[in-house]
Design a protein around this ligand. Structure first.
Ligand code: ADP
Ligand code: MG
Length: 163
């Protein structure tokens, strides 16, 4: 993490009489390991229940980030977190939260989405980490936190967390 820079910005959105302030965290990592470490630091802001959207192209590092998040919740070893591209949902149970890592890349219709019954996974104790969730407007509306990852170099990834 030596080269990592963390910038904390509190942006005020004028919506009087209820001012909304949102915290945005931004970092550029330079290896998969740094992204995993950053994922570990996010655990505090991801206390359940949460619906988290993970945005970014294929290979951006979404699944890599989940390795760190799952490890921080003692729900899985980093190496046991793999892409749910074909399995669609991976469940990792920890002492303080149940994590559901979901990949909607191959899900295109509402009917297909319904078969996953994601609502049944939501509970006081659950954290849904959804890749490609922005394909469905509902998740964009309902998400508590959004994490956007962008490939800015061979091993460089810009990660912006807002929520
Ligand atoms: P996604 O889930 O967004 O498709 P993955 O996490 O599965 O992406 O894959 C990211 C790939 O990029 C992995 O092979 C990983 O080793 C590599 N990589 C290289 N640099 C980084 C970085 N800084 N952060 C995350 N992954 C990185
Ligand atoms: Mg992935």
């Amino acid at each position: 993490m030596a080269d990592a820079v963390v910038i904390l910005v509190v942006a005020e959105f004028p919506s009087w009489p209820l001012p909304v302030s949102r915290m945005i965290r931004e970092i550029t990592t330079n290896s998969a390991e740094e992204t995993i470490s950053f994922g570990r630091t996010l655990a505090e802001m991801l206390a359940p229940p949460k619906l988290v959207l993970l945005r970014g192209d294929l290979g951006a590092g979404k699944t890599t980030l989940v390795k760190g998040i799952a490890a921080a919740f003692e729900a899985a070893q980093e190496e046991d977190v793999t892409s749910p591209t074909f399995t669609l949902i991976h469940e990792y149970r920890g002492p303080h939260a149940n994590l559901y890592h979901i990949d909607l890349y191959r899900i295109d219709t509402q009917r297909e989405l319904d078969t996953l019954a994601l609502d049944d996974l939501r509970s006081e104790n659950s954290i849904l980490l959804i890749e490609w969730g922005e394909k469905f407007a509902r998740f964009v509306r309902e998400r508590d936190v959004e994490i956007a990852l962008e490939r800015t170099g061979e091993s460089a990834r810009r990660i912006v967390v807002s929520g």
